[in-house]
Structures are given as structure tokens and as C-alpha cells.
Design a protein. Structure first.
Ligand code: EPU
Length: 420
């Protein structure tokens, strides 16, 4: 038995939705907080399973975690101990690997199990390891565990062969206490990296250049507690913009930084979607006669791989052919198989999908094979005739804060049931 999401499609949505704090910033900010020597208060925490698992890891490390209200966390590492991270919660998400950087940075040693997370094809962490080694650490992998040790960490110049989000953040965290200057070249430029650098700097670190492709970190001796508010989730915001375009009369999306969504918004404009972009809001109007478009996913500020899956659903409603090429994860196309069950006409080969539209979608039994595939299934369910049943919804709960409630408030018919 498992929990299923059911959606009765075909109802027009209307109203306002407020975007939560960014998942991919939060999952790095929580491990980063343990670098401080006093309490760190973070607000805007999304209600997602990844946060619950990270808090469980904090408790294993004897870090005091206080939940204040729905979106407010106080992380106090004053009495923390550097325990081996071998419990099940470590393998439930990918971002547990950020404890590699933060524990190595703070204690010069970390032992932890291989992280988990969505399967999007192979997801190596060789660049993280290369970065730790460049700072002076010795890395061993045996019996499913990483053992990373350094007598002392010394700043170095590190060139990333790929502008990896995870490697950039992990190296930044490992380097904050290192002796001298660390330079990360070809660093990733995602807004979540700036958010982590901002937290570290509030704690007293000296990180410069976050948001550009060269980041420098000058090591410091101590970091203190601070207060931090998480940036809005650009992927959740983008998902709601797609939902608005697909099936709303008028949707107002609040707590957005539209600049973070430029690549999506310009594609939607090309498709013919009507939007009004405010300072921190986006108004979107359901649009008929959409035109097919082509997208190629790239590191930020290119088109986000995390949004190609929800956008594919809108492409099934657009006139003509659309193409999606995912250069980051060429196997991230499981949603296409599921959409075909609902009547979509899609051909996937060689890291690319060709979508022929418009095709009406009909309710079916589909699965959320990863987080953003789950989001795509929700969008599809909202526009399909009849009832769509989504299984493996724990993937959706890992990354979307109160999705059912937010959609219900907009007029969607969505509910949960236990089933096979
Ligand atoms: N890569 C390597 N070696 C490494 C690290 C990455 O070859 O050591 C490759 C990856 O295989 C991939 C590319 O580099 O082809 C980019 O990977 P990156 O490291 O940037 O991704 P990540 O840090 O593992 C984060 C997000 C993902 C998002 C990607 C790309 C978090 C926790 N996850 O993953 O988010 O898709 O960046 O933007 O921040 C999601 O939210 O659904 C999600 C999967």
C-alpha cells in the first residue's frame, strides 16, 4: 500500500499562490549552518521531506534543532559531535552530501554513506572529491562509505571541468576555515549558490564572487550564528507559471524573483503565453493557441533542467512540434513515458524529446518516477479529462511545499488516497 495523489482534471484555476523558500538553497543552507559556533536562524523553510531528513541528520550530530512556526528553524551546533553519518536518512536525499563539505571544513574529517536522491541517470561526485583533495584531504570509498580526512585544509586554485552546483557549494563550505585563499574557477552561477555564500558571509566567512564563474574564499578562524531568509524557489515558481499557462484563467504568483526565471519566461512568451511580470510577482493567464518551441537545458542562466519536465506537458498542448534537449541529464525523460500513457505523442532518443501537439490528455495511472516528473504529472493531471492517479508521490513530497493545499486553494480537485 502507498499514498496516491488523485486529480480530477479540467477545472479552471484562479487566485493567488505564494512560493515557498527554495528547496535547493535550503538543503545546502541547513548543512552550512553547522559551520557556525552559535545558533543560526533560517526563515522561509519549505515544508518538504528533504528538510525533515536533514534535520534528522542534524540530530544525529547532536545539533539542537528548534522548529518555530511552520517555516522557521533554529540550528544550534554549540554541542555538536562529529558522528559518522551511516543512518538511513543520509541515503534518502542527494543533498546529504553537503555535510561532506561542512563537516570536513569544521573538523577535518567526515565519514558518511553514499547520498541518494532522484535517479536522473548517472550523477557522479568526482568534482566534489577533486575539490576536497585539492584542499589537502585524503578521500577513501569503502563499503558504501566515504571517508574524508585532512590534517589541515589549505586554500588552492580549483578548476571545475563542469560548472556543478553541488561541487561549487561543497568546496565553498570546505574552504571557509581553510588556510589562505581558495579560488573556484568555472564555478556554477545558480542563485542558490549566492544564497549559501550570503549565509556564510553573514556568519563571518569571506566568500567573494558568488553568482559569477570565479569564487574566492579567504579562510577565517571562527564563524558565528546569524539570521537568514531563504530566496524564493524559482523551480516551484516556474512550475506554477506553467500551471497557470496550462489551465488558469488568471493566476497571481507571489514571492518570485522574476529575473531567476528569465529563460523560462522568454520561452513562454515565444509560446504565446500572456503574462505580467511585476517586481516580485508574476500574473499568468491561461492561453489558447500555444506555439511549439525548442529548449536546450544549460547551467544557470540557461534553461533549468528542473523545469523541462513540467514544460513538456505544456508542449503537448501547443501547435506543432516542440523539442527538449537535456544536456545536464540526457536520461531525464521518464515523464515522457508517463505522458504517453495519457495520450501525448512524444518520441525520445539520444537525450532529446520530440513532442507533437496539440493532443488532448486523458486521466491515467502514472508514476512520479522522480521529483520533477511528479510535478509534470500534476500539471498533466490538472488539464486531463477524468481522474489521474499518481503513484510514488514521496518524490513530490521531497521537493514541493504543500502542493496539494496550494492547488486546492486555486480551485483544483486534488486529493490523496491509499492504494496499490
Ligand atoms: N557532475 C559530474 N561530476 C560531479 C558533479 C556533477 O559529472 O562531481 C555532472 C552531473 O552529472 C550533471 C552536471 O554535472 O550532468 C550538473 O550537475 P550538478 O552537480 O550541477 O547538479 P547537482 O548539484 O547534483 C543540483 C540540483 C538538481 C538540479 C541540478 C542542475 C540540488 C540538491 N540539486 O544537482 O535539482 O537538477 O543541480 O541544475 O541542488 C531537483 O531539484 O529536482 C534537482 C534534481
Amino acid at each position: 500500500m502507498q499514498e496516491l495523489i488523485k486529480i480530477e482534471g479540467g477545472h479552471r484555476l484562479n487566485g493567488e499562490v505564494t512560493v515557498s523558500g527554495a528547496k535547493n538553497a535550503t538543503v545546502a543552507l541547513i548543512p552550512a549552518a553547522i559551520l557556525a559556533n552559535g545558533p543560526v536562524t533560517i526563515v522561509g523553510i519549505p515544508q518538504i521531506a528533504d528538510v525533515d531528513n536533514l534535520c534528522q541528520i542534524l540530530r544525529l550530530l547532536n545539533v539542537e534543532v528548534t522548529v518555530v512556526g511552520p517555516d522557521h528553524l533554529i540550528i544550534d551546533p554549540t554541542h555538536m559531535t562529529n558522528t559518522d553519518l551511516v543512518a538511513g536518512c543520509v541515503t534518502k536525499l542527494r543533498a546529504s552530501y553537503y555535510f561532506m563539505g561542512s563537516l570536513l571544513g569544521k573538523y577535518g574529517h567526515v565519514r558518511m554513506r553514499m547520498p541518494g536522491g532522484c535517479y536522473l541517470g548517472p550523477r557522479p561526485i568526482d568534482l566534489h572529491i577533486k575539490g576536497f583533495e585539492a584542499l589537502g584531504a585524503k578521500v577513501r570509498f569503502e563499503k558504501g562509505c566515504y571517508d574524508i580526512t585532512a590534517d589541515r585544509l589549505v586554500g588552492n586554485k580549483i578548476f571545475l571541468d563542469i560548472a556543478s552546483v553541488g561541487a561549487t557549494i561543497n568546496i565553498m563550505m570546505a574552504a571557509v576555515y581553510a588556510q589562505g585563499r581558495t579560488t573556484i574557477e568555472n564555478a556554477a552561477k545558480e542563485p542558490e549558490i549566492i544564497d549559501v555564500a550570503t549565509l556564510l558571509n553573514k556568519m563571518g566567512a569571506r566568500v567573494r564572487g558568488a553568482g559569477t564563474n570565479v569564487i574566492t574564499i579567504d579562510g577565517v578562524n571562527a564563524l558565528s550564528g546569524c539570521f537568514h531568509e531563504i530566496i524564493p524557489d524559482r523551480i516551484e515558481a516556474g512550475t506554477f507559471v506553467v500551471i497557470g499557462a496550462a489551465c488558469a484563467d488568471h493566476l497571481k504568483i507571489r514571492n518570485v524573483i522574476p529575473q531567476h526565471l528569465e529563460s523560462l519566461l522568454s520561452k513562454l512568451e515565444e509560446m504565446g503565453v500572456r503574462m505580467e511580470i511585476g517586481v516580485d510577482t508574476i500574473d499568468v493567464y491561461g492561453t489558447e493557441n500555444l506555439k511549439g518551441v525548442d529548449i536546450v537545458t544549460k547551467p544557470y542562466p540557461g534553461f533549468a533542467t528542473d523545469l523541462q519536465q513540467p514544460l513538456t506537458v505544456l508542449m503537448t498542448q501547443a501547435q506543432g512540434e516542440s523539442h527538449v534537449r537535456d544536456t545536464l541529464y540526457p536520461e531525464r525523460f521518464k515523464h515522457c513515458q508517463e505522458l504517453e500513457k495519457m495520450g501525448a505523442v512524444i518520441e525520445v532518443s539520444g537525450g532529446e524529446a520530440e513532442i507533437k501537439g496539440p493532443t488532448p490528455l486523458g486521466g491515467a495511472e502514472v508514476q512520479a518516477s522522480d521529483l520533477r516528473c511528479g510535478a509534470a504529472m500534476v500539471v498533466a493531471g490538472l488539464i486531463a479529462n477524468d481522474v489521474t492517479t499518481i503513484s510514488n508521490v514521496y518524490h513530490i513530497d521531497r521537493g514541493y511545499s504543500e502542493l496539494d493545499l496550494k492547488l486546492k486553494n486555486l480551485g483544483a480537485k486534488i486529493w490523496r488516497e491509499m492504494g496499490e
